[in-house]
Design a protein around this ligand. Structure first.
Ligand SMILES: NC(=O)c1ccc[n+]([C@@H]2O[C@H](COP(=O)([O-])OP(=O)(O)OC[C@H]3O[C@@H](n4cnc5c(N)ncnc54)[C@H](O)[C@@H]3O)[C@@H](O)[C@H]2O)c1
Length: 438
């Protein structure tokens, strides 16, 4: 397995082909022969038919040209069927773009393989992120173009699996989009260009936040679950093998912006966190707050907060401090001397733009691969979790090369998940200073 070092800007840039909007999709790739004609129908398969999967499928089916959803997979039959209904409802008069025969609705842990094995051109991977490396690798080996949601893993072995598989994806010239949609959002693109052009000098510090009241409450009661595996799968947000904790699941968006500004990944992190409000056993094993200080190789820092606690100061944002000014990369750049820039253009829905850009790349045979960037941003979030859970300073290289996997060996509704409850129904919670994470 290759080692990837934090802080190496040249390597990072080389390995992070981040799409920056339809107008700058990258070089024409003459070897890509997926689409002989831009008018061919793009056949889409969906793996994970929940909230985001149905949203992403709707967006993929709303791109220009002929496009059809032809296969769908979910762990659960009811979710697959509800997902199909909701995509059709979203598409309204274009509902005929959903063309999924009953025999192309697959369920269970191996359903992803069955979708990918059909004649689809593009697969959308939108399950909980624990499965992403396995699904991504399978799709790459099958030679499919891919849109995968963030995060792309929950642990270092998963991140490495994605990086390894992506080498093959690049060789095969597959198009890979990752759901870090700020890379397709006009205010970010405009501000980032100015920051990169030196408008606020050298970047010495970043502040990034995902503070809010939390996401959904557990959906399935323990008493209604057939067994622990079903209970955790339905309530996946609260279990690390499925979710990676909310620093990974949500805060990745803001950490990704920090890395984008710096053009590299941090070299180490220290932090603190815990559970103060979301303490009931139904909230599984994740923390409800994390504070992490990341350090880059030039000594600059990224100060990161994420909190799932109601009634507190909320903010989902990023701020950049440079030697010559400050920026809020969501469209605001404020040099100490000179005019401030405030985005005033038309900002299209980035969830749609990321699919427009991917579809254009598939049709035109353009280079398009966001997976390394997605893996690096995921690893940044994982590094933060390792720091808060352990209470120790954790180095990027050590963390990335860790063999501690959160995933089960067996995927079956008859098997136990990797973390089982204590006799009183609570789960083991990481204790800083005591818990070993590496
Ligand atoms: N980019 C964004 O802004 C954004 C927004 C929301 C969610 N997401 C991401 O999308 C992913 C899914 O989130 P969601 O909100 O749609 O969750 P969800 O619970 O609504 O949907 C997940 C679906 O995946 C299914 N599933 C679980 N394991 C599976 C497996 N092994 N094979 C097939 N199906 C499986 C579930 O049954 C469920 O229907 C997460 O990684 C999340 O972070 C991204």
């Amino acid at each position: 397995m290759d080692q990837v070092s934090g802080g190496n800007r040249r390597e990072f840039l080389k390995s992070s082909t981040v799409a920056i909007g339809a107008g700058a999709l990258g070089a024409l790739n003459l070897n890509s022969a997926v689409f002989a004609s831009g008018n061919d129908t793009i056949k889409v398969g969906l793996v994970g038919a929940g909230g985001r999967g149905t949203g992403a499928a709707t967006q993929a089916l709303s791109t220009n040209g002929s496009v059809k959803l032809t296969a769908i997979a979910d762990a659960f039959q009811d979710s697959a069927e509800n997902g199909l209904k909701s995509i059709k409802g979203n598409l309204k008069e274009k509902a005929d773009r959903v063309d999924v025969a009953p025999e192309r609705i697959f369920t269970g842990f191996d359903a992803y393989q069955k979708v990918i094995d059909t004649d689809i051109d593009l697969v959308i991977l939108a399950t909980p992120p624990g499965f992403r490396p396995i699904h991504f690798e399978y799709a790459v080996k099958a030679g499919k173009n891919i849109f995968m949601e963030k995060p792309v893993a929950v642990d270092a072995p998963g991140v490495r699996q994605v990086l390894e598989a992506n080498k093959i994806a690049k060789e095969k010239k597959l198009k890979v989009g990752v759901g870090l949609q700020r890379h397709h959002q006009a205010p970010y693109l405009e501000a980032m260009q100015r920051i990169k052009d030196g408008a606020i000098g050298d970047i010495v510090a970043l502040r990034v936040y995902w503070n809010g009241g939390g996401v959904w409450e557990p959906r399935l009661k323990r008493s209604d679950a057939k067994n622990e595996m079903e209970y955790q799968m339905r309530n996946w947000y609260y279990y690390n093998w499925l979710c990676g904790d909310h620093i990974c699941e949500q805060h990745i968006h803001n950490l990704d912006i920090g890395n984008w500004v710096k053009g590299k990944t941090p070299i180490k992190a220290n932090g603190m966190g815990g559970r103060q409000v979301r303490v009931d056993k139904r909230y599984g094993e994740i923390y409800d707050h994390h504070y992490v200080e990341y350090e880059y190789d030039d000594g600059s820092r990224m100060y990161s907060q994420c909190r799932h606690q109601g009634g507190c100061w909320n903010s989902v944002s990023e701020f950049v401090h440079g030697t010559k000014g400050t920026a809020d990369p969501h469209g605001h750049v404020m040099p100490i001397s000179g005019d401030a820039y405030h985005f005033s253009g038309n900002s299209k829905d980035p969830y749609q733009v990321e699919h427009d850009d991917l579809a254009a790349a598939i049709r035109k045979g353009l280079e398009y691969n966001e997976a390394d960037n997605g893996a690096h941003s995921t690893m940044t979030a994982v590094l933060g979790r390792l720091a808060t859970y352990s209470g120790k300073e954790v180095k990027w290289d050590v963390a990335l090369n860790s063999n501690v996997s959160l995933m089960p060996n067996v995927f079956s509704f008859d098997a136990n998940p990797p973390v089982m409850p204590n006799p009183d129904g609570t789960y083991p919670i990481a204790t800083p200073g005591l818990t070993k994470v590496l």
